[in-house]
Design a protein around this ligand. Structure first.
Ligand SMILES: [Zn+2]
Length: 546
């Protein structure tokens, strides 16, 4: 009864926002507000809805303001820039760098030449002798509108923090050299459009709406009546038609119809799931092999990759048998086998097939490490967090209120116990990475930032932490560079545009103080970033410079 009253209030709040924003935006506003509900624990739904209504109106007004401002600002960069004397490392070449001069013209790389440019009169010049120029980095697994520690509608209680965070997200990715990101689950395109309209942002691609089965992961997080609105690409399973609600039209929910909608919305990939549940959710429905083959066939016809959420032995075995293109996570759930000293033969057999079939592999070790960080008392004192999180939000992250997620996960268990629990999963994930690295698997760099609601996955910085984890686990520095540039670009059909430092490519570049083929710390020595030819300095992208 109480929950019904809550949704009545939501409807009133939505209606008032809808009127304020204009009727044309009404239905997308509804979806926008419903959209983030899926990550809510039940008790948060009982938040004060009047506060919610007021705050959402304020957020809406401010976002329109940001949008207007951003379209009014034009880039002051000159059309041409010579980057002179850098050691250029480009992943299509096996060498560890050549001193080359790079001409940027507009948003493209116009020349990469060993001879010093004769005429630089009309170009800006960046002297880069002794530094290292690499292609802009690509993170192919992000969730740009998820906010660590602030689920919806807790957002209503902190509209200023929400606004500051969402404004900073694209800047934080750029701060760490990520000039291309792929959002794998879009429940509402509008916040992404706002980010794309901001003055500085990475190239943002997406997989459109993801494909769960009815009531399957992750749609089970939303109230039953909102699941299809939040996940309009929910697919009907030919092996389980009895689970498909009579109120929906099954022909609109075939894999082919879903993939068509993704392409129509500009999506470049298909995201789906094999997840029986974790935490409080167990025995969730999973797709049948027939359905997954249909999804794979529909995506193949559209020439886009299928990313499967799969973290267990069962799920990755299923993915291999269905012919998916990319695993969106590492394999840290070895159930029913324990994580002893040696890797179980069954796990190794799956990994051998991952290598053999050249499946793209996003190890996402920071999913686990980011949960573990909740139980590290010194974590928020890291000075690099200030680069990516607005000061007011960082202050709030230290508050007792912000610890709710940590407490929710621990259920009274001491910090040390939680640290060790995640440590064991991290060790399994790291062993998998080591094995795959030794066998030259096709790693794709993807962080899953933020994975759930942990403050241990902060935009941009999380990528650097993931890189350190991968290298610690055994990934070679060249493997890492390839995973974050050319391999990622190829896997998403973007290698005609990005991924190397070559003429004709989009001018997405990162200038480093040291070589990324010598140490992973090079990725923390960023001196300049170019995205579509726009020259940016890391300090200007940091959160206290908003
Ligand atoms: Zn994800």
């Amino acid at each position: 009864m109480r929950r019904r009253a809550f949704w009545m209030h939501i409807a009133v709040a939505l209606a008032s926002i809808g009127v304020g924003a204009g009727a044309a935006h009404f239905s997308s506003t509804v979806r926008h507000i419903i959209s983030a509900l899926w990550d809510l624990p039940g008790r948060i739904w009982r938040a004060d809805v009047r506060v919610l209504g007021r705050a959402l109106r304020a957020i809406g007004v401010r976002f329109l303001g940001v949008l207007f401002l951003s379209t009014a600002i034009a880039s002051a960069d000159p059309a041409k820039t010579w980057i002179v004397g850098a050691t250029v490392i480009s992943p299509e070449r096996p060498d560890s760098g050549q001193v080359l001069h790079v001409l940027i013209d507009g948003d493209r790389i116009a020349a990469v030449t060993p001879t010093a440019p004769a005429d630089i009169a009309e170009a800006a010049v960046v002297h880069a002798e002794g530094r290292y120029l690499i292609p802009g980095l690509m993170d192919s697994h992000v969730h740009l509108t998820g906010i660590p520690a602030i689920p919806y509608p807790m957002r209503a209680q902190h509209p200023d923090l929400v606004e500051a965070y969402l404004r900073q997200v694209p800047r934080s990715f750029l701060r760490y050299g990520y000039t291309t990101v792929v959002d794998l689950i879009v429940t509402d395109p509008r916040p992404l459009q706002t980010m794309r309209a901001a003055p500085t942002h990475p190239d943002i691609y997406d997989c459109g709406g993801a494909l769960p089965v009815p009531n399957g992961y992750p749609s089970q997080n939303a109230p039953t009546e909102y699941r299809f609105r939040l996940f309009p690409n929910t697919v009907v399973d030919p092996a389980h038609t009895e689970t498909f609600p009579a109120s929906e039209d099954p022909t609109a929910h075939t894999p082919r119809a879903a993939v068509e909608r993704i392409l129509k919305g500009g999506g470049i990939c298909v995201k789906t799931f094999f997840e029986r549940g974790f935490g409080r959710d167990r025995n969730l429905p999973v797709p049948s092999a027939d359905l997954m083959r249909e999804i794979v066939a529909a995506a193949a016809a559209a020439r886009v990759p299928v990313l499967l959420h799969a973290t267990s032995l069962e799920a990755q075995t299923f993915g291999l048998e269905s012919g998916i293109s990319i695993f969106a996570h590492g394999l840290w759930n070895w159930s029913p086998y324990a994580g002893g000293e040696s890797m179980p033969a069954e796990v190794q057999a799956v990994l051998d097939r991952v290598v053999e079939h050249s499946i793209g592999y996003q190890a996402t070790l920071q999913v686990i490490a980011g949960l573990q960080l909740l139980y590290d008392p010194g974590y928020l004192d890291r000075p690099d967090i200030r680069r990516v999180i607005p000061p007011a939000l960082l202050t709030w992250y230290r508050s007792d209120e912000a610890q709710w997620y940590k407490r929710d996960l621990a259920q009274g268990a001491p910090d040390t116990v939680m640290w060790e629990r995640y440590g064991a999963a991290l060790q399994r994930g790291s062993r998998v990475v080591k094995y795959l690295a030794q066998h030259h698997a096709r790693f794709l760099f993807g962080t899953d930032t933020p994975s759930g609601l942990t403050i241990g996955n902060l935009p941009g910085l999380n990528g650097y932490l993931e890189m350190q984890r991968l290298v610690d686990a055994g990934v070679g520095l060249r493997q890492l560079l390839e995973a974050a540039t050319l391999s990622n670009a190829k896997a998403f059909g973007l290698d005609g545009q990005i991924g190397t430092v070559q003429p004709g490519k989009r001018a997405n570049l990162v200038l480093l103080g040291s070589s990324p083929l010598e140490s992973v710390q090079a990725y923390d020595s960023i001196q300049a970033i170019w995205v579509g030819g726009q020259h940016l300095l890391p300090g200007d992208l940091e959160a206290d410079r908003q």
